[in-house]
Design a binder for this molecule. Sequence first.
Ligand code: F6P
Length: 548
Amino acid sequence: MLKNISPTGTNAWQKLQSHFNQVQSLHLRDMFAQDPERFQKFTFKLNDTLYDLSKNRITEETLQLLTELAKETGVPAAIESMFSGERINATENRAVLHTALRNFSDEQLEVDGENALQEVHAVQQQMREFCDKLHSGEWTGYTGKRIASVVNIGIGGSDLGPKMVVEALKKYQKPDLEVYYISNVDGTDAAETLRKLDPETTLFIIASKTFTTKETITNAETARGWFLNKAVDREHIKKHFVALSTNIEAVTKFGIAEENAFRFWDWVGGRFSLWSAIGFSIACALGYDKFEELLRGAESMDKHFREAPMKQNIPVLMALLSTWYTNFFGSQTHAILPYDQYLRLLPEYLQQLLMESNGKSTDRNGTNVNYQTQPVVWGAAGTNSQHSFFQLIHQGTVLIPCDFIATAISHNPVGNHHALLLSNFFAQTEALMKGKTADEVRQELEQKGMTGEELENLLPHKVFAGNKPTTSIMMKQLTPFELGSLVAMYEHKTFVQGVIWNIYSFDQWGVELGKQLAGTIEGELLQGKTEQHDSSTSGLMAFYRNNK
Ligand code: F6P
């Protein structure tokens, strides 16, 4: 069990507070100038990925105190509790074992009286066999044609993770099989996707942990209707619909054959589920072997996370940095900036992972926290983002710690594009760190021949304060293995943050109220029932009724 703590009441927190007062005005430019070893001191490597923390506003003492905070808040014990299957998701009374999904050992891991690893490996075998049949052409549609399109219907964790991975690893995609994702209950999503497809050659994957999510079931019913419109006989559903779920009863009720259900367990959280059967569309897109490489990459991060001392533990350090900025610098947002077109969906994926997990204000004691928890996560791929919001990161009034992510080798070595891309990556992190002083600006303007009032007027606008923290993550190449490791790193960072903030990271009660109210309003819109609402909600509903 996770112990109940008061992070702000720990000795380490108090020490960090006075340390912050001493170091907050230090400038990264000076810290680099004073210590030629700074890069070596704050850089960590796992497999072929480098995590450069040196452009963060930290000293060796900061890291020392932050790791003391991790120890005092019980992070090492919490890590062990998670891996060993304790019910650390206390508000749902569940274990948290997404790590079991990428555990290739023959360890015994008993959950609810069952050997979890054995069960995981059995579903993985089922997934492998289905994928092989799909790729060899042995699995056909009801008219005997080969499957050409796979459509994953899911939302949240049953959509974002698989979609992000398939996009990131597009270069590895099997030929002759297109993969699509339908998630939004807005009919446009289904309509625009189905328009491109042929029912005879399409396989639908209905991905829903609970199999009750309104959006997913509505889209699945629409897909089934579209399919039967041509196939007519419900018997044919068997060849065209599979399900990924913990709720096999609801799956079969929907009309999907039990042998086409790929199961997982309630100890896999939705936003941590891409490694489970929920990753089936990944295996379809890339082939099962590549999916397994992804899992093995995650497994290597799991081992590092479980075994490395706090001071060298990459996910722990990433979480501590976030605590440092959120709780001491008062920073309220965090930007994810992949300098890699293939990783452009990563910010969206991490939004759910971090914000649904740690967007909480009630602590594990059931009381309101009196400190900040999860900052807003956002971002977009570079270099495009440089031409939209970077201005604010450089010269705005808010402090935005950023994760820059890139690869040394491009999958598409077109001309000198990659060198240009990386020049921007390096230049941005350097510029954010160094800034540009008034003296430097003056010199630059004078060199251009500018003087007097004109120079003085322009000068303040061209000054960059710098001292903007960035973490640079560089992989050798974007492979399934390295991606698996990176994503697992962010999962563990999410967990450690929650432990330190004394909150429960694995529930999401905050999404329930909207769902409940939508259910009531749906009855009003579709069946003409009337309920009491505030004047705004009633007014909006009236506008809809009068204009539809
Ligand atoms: O947004 C709430 C949520 O429960 C997420 O946590 C989850 O990933 C998503 O809905 C989808 O749930 P399901 O897989 O059960 O359809």
